[in-house]
Design a protein around this ligand. Structure first.
Ligand code: G4P
Length: 547
């Protein structure tokens, strides 16, 4: 096997004035920042828990799981509100494994929050795709993989639940290749399935790891037998071994051998089989992430590419979450460090506002609790307490003017007109929606003509959350009515006059979003097409990047 990780021993020993660059290089090289993508119920929570268990970040199985059931125990959003502090604490987890610092970013699985999920994926360097081997590729996975593809994110695949009756493994690979359009390079191969699941054969190491059920401990060692032709294996599982040899021959002939370059280019995914709930195959996943997944790389910004090992700090906000700690009613901006070294107490520049801020209190996200950060490097996620002036996509630096690009907003597909019962609360309504819009909880559009506010969402549950938060956090009793809008498109043009004419003529359907961008609210797909045809000088965008 190949090892992509820069060995930490090769780097110069830190000394004197050259200490910082060497330290930054060393720390950056040992970071791995990844997200888990999966369709709900494939086993993401279970796998997350086992990963933490391995790293020693948690001692007992059941911790993450308990959080999840606390979150899902009720469908009542008010209750979920109360649990938000907990759910968010587990949305970024940092732990160490084999001298590496691993940042695991949770991606909300519910399809109503896919927008948030997409943006989380802009902050990772690789992704772990979990597939329920009984079900194969499911809808949510397809969407998430599309987003990964936009950035050529390297993907490691885990075929989960091999302790159940699953689909034929070859057929699963075939499906991944044809539906997700990514080459599969199996690294382990299952021996049997369900009740007859015997273990996995490691194709690169030529060894068999025997399956044992019910492992709740991290230090569980599964027995390893060298060599596919080992007589012991033949004795133990005569039928399965014949089958395995046949399949391995097929696999060698029909599938791609693992190729690190191809993986790093996002063209090929190494595939592992296992059972998360039994802790089986989990260590192999962690090793793949450490050995093969990339350390932080250069990031595109408006003026240039920013390299992670540059001495000066920079980063961008990819997520904002409110009320993480119900006792404090705070908002936390999640910032991905892109270069340099962050230190608590540091002064950094908020580039959109051109304002210097001193960051004296920062939170990091450990598996068990939120802790204070002393320092952070590229790939790390830090939480900045936000006093209402940070937006998703905002960039920070030590002074250089640059804006990180590639943080997407997606055109909403569902719309509501907001009304309030008590007109005296109009100011609170505007403030609440402004903040919720900045957080990305919902998209807020203000038409050029008229006084209505229009909300846009990707999932209907977003409206419920917004209604409940307007009530609880801003004391506003809002009513959402159906809007006769079917889609939104952001509009841009080099022709200023054409834009102004557009606004003047279609003012009721032209609106500004929370960040001030111009958008067209189409009443139907036909209406959208006709409008696009009538205004050839304008460009209509289904996604926009942070301004
Ligand atoms: P998610 O976060 O992706 O939504 O999935 P989660 O981990 O919650 O797992 C979904 C269900 O699949 C859970 O069962 C979980 O126990 C089960 N599961 C996860 N990994 C495996 C595995 O390797 N083998 C088998 N057989 N099952 C697995 P549940 O009944 O929904 O919850 P619970 O009552 O078991 O907690």
């Amino acid at each position: 096997t190949t090892d992509s990780s820069t060995s930490t021993d090769d780097l110069p020993e830190s000394s004197g004035s050259s200490k910082l660059p060497a330290q930054i290089a060393r720390e950056t090289a040992r970071r791995r920042t990844f997200g888990i993508i999966s369709h709900p119920d494939a086993g993401k929570t279970t796998l997350t828990e086992k990963l933490l268990l391995f790293s020693g970040a948690i001692q007992m199985a059941g911790t993450v799981k308990a959080r999840k059931s606390a979150r899902h125990a009720t469908s009542d959003w008010m209750e979920i509100e109360k649990q938000r502090g907990i759910s968010v604490a587990s949305s970024v987890m940092q732990f160490e494994f084999r001298e590496h610092v691993i940042n695991l970013l949770d991606t909300p699985g519910h399809q109503d929050f896919s927008e948030d999920t997409y943006r989380v994926l802009t902050a990772v360097d690789s992704a772990l795709m979990v597939i329920d081997a009984a079900k194969g590729v499911e809808t949510q996975t397809i969407k998430l993989l599309d987003v990964c593809r936009m950035r050529h994110t390297p993907i490691v695949t885990f075929m989960n639940k091999m302790d159940r009756e699953t689909r034929d493994p070859l057929e699963l690979l075939d499906e991944v290749e044809s539906v997700l359009k990514i080459q599969c390079a199996p690294v382990t191969w299952p021996i049997g399935m369900g009740k007859n699941f015997r273990g996995v054969y490691h194709l690169l190491r030529d060894e068999v790891m025997l399956f044992a059920a019910g492992s709740e401990r991290a230090d569980q060692e599964f027995e390893i037998i060298k060599g596919i032709d080992n007589p012991r294996l033949q004795e133990m599982f005569p039928l399965e071994m014949d089958q395995l040899r046949m399949e391995v021959e097929l696999v060698h002939g029909a599938s791609h051998p693992f190729d690190l370059e191809q993986f790093l280019a996002g063209v090929q995914t190494p595939v592992f089989f296992g059972s998360a709930i039994n802790n089986f195959g989990v260590r192999e996943i962690l090793s793949a992430l450490v050995d093969w997944a990339p350390a932080p790389k250069g990031r595109d910004a408006t003026v240039r590419v920013v390299e992670p090992t540059e001495p000066k700090f920079s980063g961008f906000v990819f997520k904002i979450q409110a009320n993480m700690d119900p006792a404090h009613r705070d908002r936390i901006a999640f910032l991905r460090v892109c270069s340099g070294r962050f230190e608590r107490g540091m002064k950094i520049k908020h580039l959109r506002l051109g304002r210097e801020v001193k960051i004296s209190s920062v939170v990091t996200f450990m598996a068990s609790s939120r802790e204070q950060v002393e320092e952070a490097y590229a790939g790390d996620i830090i939480g900045l307490p936000n006093h209402g002036n940070m937006q998703i996509g905002d960039s920070f630096s030590e002074g250089e003017l640059l804006t990180f690009t590639g943080i997407p907003f997606f055109a909403p597909e569902l719309f509501r007109v907001v009304r309030i019962r008590n007109p005296l609360k109009i100011k609170q309504l505007h403030k609440g929606l402004q903040q919720l819009g900045e957080e990305g909880a919902v998209q807020v559009f203000k038409p050029v003509l008229g006084s209505d506010l229009i909300l846009g969402a990707v999932g209907v549950l977003q409206f419920e959350v917004v209604a409940s938060r307007l009530m609880n956090e801003y004391g506003v009793d809002a009513i959402f009515e159906t809007a006769s809008i079917s889609s939104a498109r952001w509009v841009s043009s080099d022709d200023k006059k054409a834009l102004a004419d557009f606004e003047n003529q279609l003012g009721h359907n032209v609106a500004h979003d929370a960040a001030g961008n111009l958008a067209y609210l189409a009443t139907s797909s036909v209406n959208l097409r006709l409008t696009e045809e009538r205004w050839p000088k304008l460009t209509f965008h289904a996604t926009r990047e942070h301004a």
